[in-house]
Design a protein around this ligand. Structure first.
Ligand SMILES: C[S@@+](CC[C@H](N)C(=O)[O-])C[C@H]1O[C@@H](n2cnc3c(N)ncnc32)[C@H](O)[C@@H]1O
Length: 273
């Protein structure tokens, strides 16, 4: 299912333009020499989000231990409440804001692919920065509520036809490929690790066929464990490769992002046949 570019997402707080982050606007106002004061202050305010009180939940019949823990954590997570306050679709949106603040990946007018886009927090940040002259195309296994200016495809990125569907909707080379894809966890750490690395590797294989020279790439990976193939691929294809753990990524989570910049361009043996 495709939500066409320009489709209205409604006026609710989870709709696209209606829920502007105000983050991109500040990026648009960035001076040539670097970030404007306003842009930095808006991001600064999220980084300084403080935990002010601890909500303790009464145990409720029918709630499992893990549901109880999840709810307790949500209620006490300052990023969750700040995301709700700003009308962001996910607390994950802060991770992309932080990565972008640090690495300046997103630019006005850029073409962006968002892999694992649901519920749409990263796309929200991306469209806010790239603006009406940019393009954002997302894909997820789950349907994503419409967002003005963003095209969402519903489907498995690992399906053989997914890369062509994404490229068709993008209509040209991408400036940035983002992947926050994560398979449902099994609780068996080595299997979960393998799955997330496989998703990241597939994302890289796709990125090198769609990125414009100089383009950027971000993918979620997990700490601890070998990602040699992944890093080798990235170093072959990008001028700069860095691991980053945004402050908004939960400390107890092994999640980490690999950020690659300065795509070297399609290599001879990688040209689409
Ligand atoms: C952490 S969530 C992404 C959150 C998103 N960045 C945001 O800010 O709203 C990870 C997403 O990856 C998606 N995903 C996992 N495997 C996928 C696959 N093979 N193809 C497409 N989406 C996938 C999941 O359905 C899930 O919605």
């Amino acid at each position: 299912m495709t939500n066409r570019r320009g489709s209205r997402g409604g006026a609710g707080k989870n709709s696209g333009r209606g829920s502007k982050v105000a983050y991109g606007k500040n990026r648009f106002g960035k001076t040539k020499g670097g970030k404007s004061g306003a842009g930095a202050s808006i991001l600064g305010s999220h980084v300084s989000v403080q935990r002010t009180l601890t909500v303790r939940l009464k145990r409720k019949k029918g709630r499992t231990n893990s549901q109880q823990r999840w709810l307790q954590r949500q209620l006490n997570d300052p990023y969750v409440s700040e995301a709700q306050r700003r009308g962001l679709r996910s607390r994950a949106a802060f991770k992309l804001m932080e990565l972008d603040q640090r690495f300046e990946l997103l630019k006005r007018g850029a073409k962006v692919i968002d892999l694992g886009a649901a519920p749409g927090g990263w796309s929200q940040v991306a469209i806010d920065v790239v603006g009406e002259t940019g393009v954002v195309v997302g894909i997820d296994l789950s349907p994503v509520a419409p967002m003005e200016g963003v095209i969402f495809l519903e489907g498995d990125f690992l399906d053989p036809d997914a890369p062509d569907r994404l490229k068709r909707e993008l209509g040209g080379l991408a400036d940035v490929v983002l992947s926050d894809m994560a398979a449902a966890t099994t609780g068996h750490a080595p299997s979960d690790h393998l799955k997330i690395v496989a998703l990241a590797e597939t994302a890289i294989d796709f990125a090198v066929t769609v990125l414009a020279p100089g383009g950027g790439f971000v993918a979620k990976v997990l700490q601890g464990g070998t990602e040699r193939t992944l890093l080798t691929k990235l170093r072959q294809n990008f001028a700069r490769v860095i691991h980053a753990k945004p402050e908004s990524s939960r400390k107890e989570s092994a999640e980490l992002y690999v950020v690659a910049m300065g795509f070297r361009g399609v290599q001879e043996d990688e040209s689409p046949k």
